[in-house]
Every structure is written in structure tokens, then in C-alpha cells.
Write a protein that binds this ligand. Structure first.
Ligand code: NAD
Length: 337
């Protein structure tokens, strides 16, 4: 047991680290650990900004160490099966349009240490677009390919004062709690993504992906794409349950693919994530979700904030390259990035 990461490094007892700290600490911890020769698995989102994420990736390359992004949703059996059904089996044809919505009255509990840093952009990097939304921004690019442009409008209705905040002491909540986003993919696919957690009354949780041959409904929490399963309703009126989709997917895999995707029959997505990290180190290969893949997901979340800040659509590539960073600049300045 160590009181700080510096003590852990000084003890020279570890080869690798799994960083599960608040977002503002990811880059400092990861870079110190990489410079000390450890491999790192960093919780999503990789860094607090695009610059922070690139600094982590650069430290990994400089020190020839593995940087992996801890992202479990894409590794779930249901998620892998839905991706296969869409891209390989072409179950719903060409995917054209999706609607993804979550509306609730769920104020963060700012008395809990877990939420104090989550209420302030300088510490968390952004609200739910950067939190559960980080799973969504990874999965939709993993499944549907490259994004062209993002248009976002957002609101912060919950501006309560938060006390005993790490680093800052006391500050008003400023993370978004409401948004309306349109994501246009290079394929032409349009994804309509809406969220509000300051909405008393009717709850809404809905995600349906529409293609030329039918639609696929997400059966779980919409931001954890397909983790809770999916069901298809096809143009001829026929249906395919999640169990049928998963069974067809598993039968399509060779023994070697099964071992790579579900090592030793493991279906626990966190277990697969950690095994992948350790095996990547042992086998001198890239993990399934390396640093650049984490940056890729991160840049889509940031594109939403940049669009809302600038009041216009932004190109995904301009955010990934770092050219557009109006929202991120105060965060980069604060952390001297
Ligand atoms: N993959 C997922 O589904 C998932 C779910 C929850 C959280 N997360 C991610 O895990 C990370 C942590 O979230 P959480 O909810 O556990 O937060 P938390 O606030 O509950 O816990 C953070 C921990 O980090 C420690 N910490 C803070 N600063 C540190 C430092 N400088 N050095 C070492 N330790 C430090 C704190 O003492 C605390 O134990 C975040 O990146 C979050 O996005 C991922």
C-alpha cells in the first residue's frame, strides 16, 4: 500500500499500472509512470483534453511502453455481436439514421467525493458527454466509422455550489446537464443524440439504429451501446432477438477469434480489458484499444463541446488535430498543457 504514485515508483515494485483516478489526474499520473518505465492502462477518457491525451501517447512512445485505454463496452459479448450484425452480417442494410435519447431527473450528489470533481469542467473535462458519453463516442466510431462533422447545443441548468472540491476548494457546477447533438459520419449516417438529467417528469431512454433493411434497437442504457443487447425488426416484419444475434455471432467465430475476443471463455468485459492489457505487454503487441484509439473517442466528445462553445458545426478532424480547442483552452491553460 502506497500513499502516492511517486512512492510506488520509488519502490520499483511494479511493471504496470491501471489508472482509475479523476480525469484531471490522468495525464500527470500516466506520464510519471511511463517515464519511470511502467506500462499504463488509463481509464476512459484517456486525457482531460485532446492535448492531455496526446501527451500521454507521446510519453508511451518515448519510453517504448504500452498505453491502453480502459474501455470495456466494446468488449462485451452483446456489443461485439451487434457490431458484427451491423457490419458483417449487414442485418439492417446500410445504416442511415439513429436516434439516441436519455432524459431523467438525476441531479449529481455533490456531497459525494465521487461527484465533486465531476461537476467542474476544469477537473472533469466535461459532463456526461465525457463520462458515460465516452463509451458512446468510442462505440459509434468503432461500429460506424469516421465522423465528418458535429453540431451541438447544450445547457447547464444545475449550477449548485460544490464545496470541498479537490484542487479548487469551492466552485459552482458548470458541466453541461442537457444537450442536443447531431453527428454526421463520413458514410452519410446521421446520429441524433439528446440528453437531459434536469428534467422532472417522464423518463426517456431510447436508442434505435435505422438502416435500408430494418432497424436495431438497443436494449440497455443507450450510451453503453448494445452492452445490454439489441433486437432487430426487419423490413419484411421479421424479428431477431438478442439471443439469436449473439448465437449467430458466436457461431461465426473461429476458435482463434474466440480466444482473442473472449480469452479462455471470459465474458466479463472488464476481465477481457485487463487480460488484453497484460497480454499486449507480454506479447509486445498493441492492445485492442491503445492510446490513439482512446484519443479518437475523446476527440468526438470534445467536438461536441467545441461546437457548443463556438455556436457552429465543427469538423471532427479539426478537433482531433488540435486546431479547434476553444472549449479546451482554459482547461489546457489551467493544467499547463
Ligand atoms: N469504465 C467505466 O465504466 C467507468 C466507470 C466509472 C468510472 N470510470 C472512470 O474511472 C475513473 C475514476 O472514476 P471514479 O468514479 O472511480 O472516481 P472516484 O472519485 O470515486 O475515485 C477516484 C480515486 O482516485 C484517487 N485519486 C485522486 N487523485 C489521485 C492521484 N493524484 N493519485 C492517485 N490516486 C488519486 C482518489 O483517492 C479516489 O480513490 C475516471 O476516469 C472515470 O471516468 C470508468
Amino acid at each position: 500500500m502506497f500513499g502516492s504514485v511517486q512512492d510506488l515508483i520509488a519502490a520499483r515494485c511494479a511493471d504496470a499500472a491501471d489508472i482509475c483516478a479523476p480525469h484531471y489526474a490522468h495525464h500527470g499520473l500516466a506520464i510519471d509512470l511511463l517515464n519511470a518505465g511502467l506500462h499504463v492502462l488509463v481509464e476512459k477518457p484517456l486525457g482531460i483534453t485532446v492535448r492531455a491525451s496526446k501527451a500521454i501517447i507521446a510519453a508511451g512512445r518515448r519510453n517504448r511502453r504500452v498505453v491502453a485505454t480502459a474501455e470495456q463496452v466494446r468488449r462485451c459479448q452483446n456489443s461485439r455481436a451487434a457490431k458484427w450484425a451491423i457490419n458483417t452480417r449487414k442485418l439492417i442494410g446500410d445504416v442511415r439514421f439513429a436516434i439516441v435519447q436519455a432524459v431523467d431527473n438525476g441531479p449529481f450528489n455533490y456531497d459525494s467525493s465521487q461527484f465533486k470533481w465531476r461537476g467542474i469542467n476544469l477537473l472533469v473535462g466535461g459532463g456526461m458527454i465525457m463520462d458515460s458519453g465516452a463509451h458512446f463516442t468510442d462505440m459509434i466510431q468503432h461500429v460506424f466509422g469516421d465522423v465528418d462533422e458535429v453540431s451541438c447545443d447544450m445547457r447547464t441548468f444545475d449550477t449548485r455550489m460544490i464545496t470541498d472540491v479537490p484542487v479548487l476548494g469551492q466552485a459552482p457546477a458548470d458541466v453541461e446537464d442537457t444537450w442536443h447533438i447531431v453527428i454526421r459520419f463520413k458514410s452519410g449516417l446521421l446520429v441524433n443524440w439528446a440528453y437531459c438529467r434536469s428534467a422532472p417528469g417522464h423518463k426517456l431512454a431510447n436508442a434505435i439504429y435505422y438502416g435500408s433493411q430494418g432497424s436495431l434497437r438497443d436494449l440497455g442504457f443507450p450510451f453503453h451501446c448494445f452492452q445490454g443487447g439489441s433486437e432487430a425488426l426487419l423490413a419484411d416484419g421479421s424479428k431477431l432477438s438478442n439471443a439469436e444475434i449473439v448465437e449467430q455471432y458466436m457461431q461465426s467465430l473461429s476458435a482463434a477469434e474466440r480466444q482473442r475476443l473472449f480469452p479462455y471463455g471470459c465474458l466479463d468485459c472488464f476481465g477481457i480489458e485487463v487480460w488484453d492489457f497484460v497480454d499486449a505487454i507480454r506479447s509486445d503487441r498493441s492492445p485492442e484499444m491503445d492510446g490513439p484509439a482512446g484519443l479518437h473517442a475523446k476527440a468526438l466528445s470534445e467536438a461536441c463541446f467545441e461546437s457548443a462553445t463556438l455556436g457552429r458545426p465543427v469538423k471532427y478532424d479539426s478537433v482531433l488535430s488540435g486546431r479547434v480547442r476553444a472549449f479546451q483552452k482554459p482547461i489546457d491553460d489551467f493544467w499547463k498543457l
